[in-house]
Design a protein around this ligand. Structure first.
Ligand SMILES: Nc1ncnc2c1ncn2[C@@H]1O[C@H](COP(=O)(O)OP(=O)(O)OP(=O)(O)O)[C@@H](O)[C@H]1O
Ligand SMILES: O=P(O)(O)OC[C@H]1O[C@H](OP(=O)(O)OP(=O)(O)O)[C@H](O)[C@@H]1O
Ligand SMILES: [Mg+2]
Length: 298
């Protein structure tokens, strides 16, 4: 099925943990928007790319029905949808991992209780909002347990006597600790991902998708990237390179009229502080310059 709409649509969480970072990533990829009055639709002003602001759980369905071509959603939501979709339906695919919204889906049990290993869950009840992922993990691990589906506040289920264990998202672990629970095992590691509709796109839209992906990857790689420029004696190159938090081989250029000297340009990640520069100077480097990298395109 080809989607008959010439502007690309990206679905993003309206409010919640992923909302702000998702929109700021799209802005860093160079998109600018005008909001509709109800703030549910952002019209792309400089590219034919619009944003739908929705509940995160709705994003896989919107991708499947073709209401949008891309979505930013937790891998946990995407994977759950894939496991609970009707057989034979094409599920949205993970296109890029986005490096924020990191968390894990974990089995957890009551502190000081009898369960210490997952095998002891056999025959017991586990509360979760992720029945597909949990059922899949239990089947792979040969554990038969009853799945109690709850849409939220899963951590409270053991105290209410509704379940013997839970399977829910964890990041700092503070919610588990507050409910006298601890993790047994993580069954899925998640982060926000760019998900793509399973439907084929026309060439113009496919081109927009590639363009947006390249920009997002560029925005991610320029995070924390610094360009270091210096001049140095050619003989000091190896020692200088060893000192640098380089991402890739530095460019080494000859200098007119100075055959024993070189100019070095190195793309670095992490801190390049005064100490670093002083250490490089001690090796003979001069004219040191550190520049923040604003944009990168592979
Ligand atoms: N504690 C956490 N730390 C980091 N990321 C998390 C955490 N909890 C959830 N996430 C990630 O953020 C996503 C959105 O979480 P959020 O709690 O905002 O969802 P929600 O309450 O279902 O929101 P919505 O109203 O859109 O349905 C989750 O699906 C998961 O990928
Ligand atoms: O390990 P922690 O850092 O404590 O995070 C874990 C909590 O975060 C999520 O809920 P959230 O706070 O997003 O509320 P929600 O259940 O209403 O979505 C998740 O469902 C856990 O309850
Ligand atoms: Mg939700």
């Amino acid at each position: 099925m080809t989607i008959a709409r010439d502007r690309l649509r990206v679905a993003v969480q309206k409010s919640g943990r992923l909302a702000e970072t998702s929109l700021s990533l799209l802005r860093r990829a160079g998109l600018s928007f005008r909001a509709s009055r109800d703030r549910l639709f952002l019209y792309g002003e400089n590219l034919p790319i619009d944003v739908l602001l929705v509940r995160d759980d709705d994003i896989p369905g919107l991708l499947m029905e073709g209401s949008c071509e891309l979505g930013i959603v937790g891998r946990n939501v995407l994977a759950e949808q894939r496991l609970t979709a009707l057989p034979g339906t094409d599920a949205p695919a993970e296109r890029l991992a986005l490096g924020f919204g990191g968390c894990r889906l974990s089995l957890a049990v009551t502190d000081g209780g009898p369960i210490t290993v997952p095998a002891q869950l056999d025959g017991l009840r586990i509360a979760t909002s992720y029945p597909g992922l949990l059922a899949d993990w239990l089947a792979v691990n040969g554990i038969r347990a009853e799945i109690v589906v709850l849409s939220g506040s899963v951590e409270i289920a053991p105290r209410l006597g509704k379940a013997d264990a839970i399977c829910d998202l964890v990041s700092s672990g503070a919610t588990l600790a507050a409910n006298q629970l601890h993790e047994l095992v993580a069954i899925l590691h998640s982060e926000a991902v760019l998900a793509a509709s399973p439907h084929p796109l026309g060439s113009a839209k496919a081109e927009q998708v590639e363009r947006l992906c390249a920009r997002i990857e560029g925005a991610q790689s320029s995070d924390g990237a610094r360009l270091l420029m210096l001049q140095a004696p050619r003989a000091a190159l190896a020692a200088i390179t060893r000192l640098l938090p380089v991402r890739e081989s530095p460019s080494v250029l000859s200098l007119d009229g100075l055959p024993d000297d070189i100019a070095v340009q190195a793309l670095c990640s992490g801190a390049l502080d005064w100490q670093h520069l002083e250490d490089l100077k001690r090796l003979g480097a001069r004219g040191l310059m550190v520049l923040n990298v604003e944009r990168m395109l592979a």
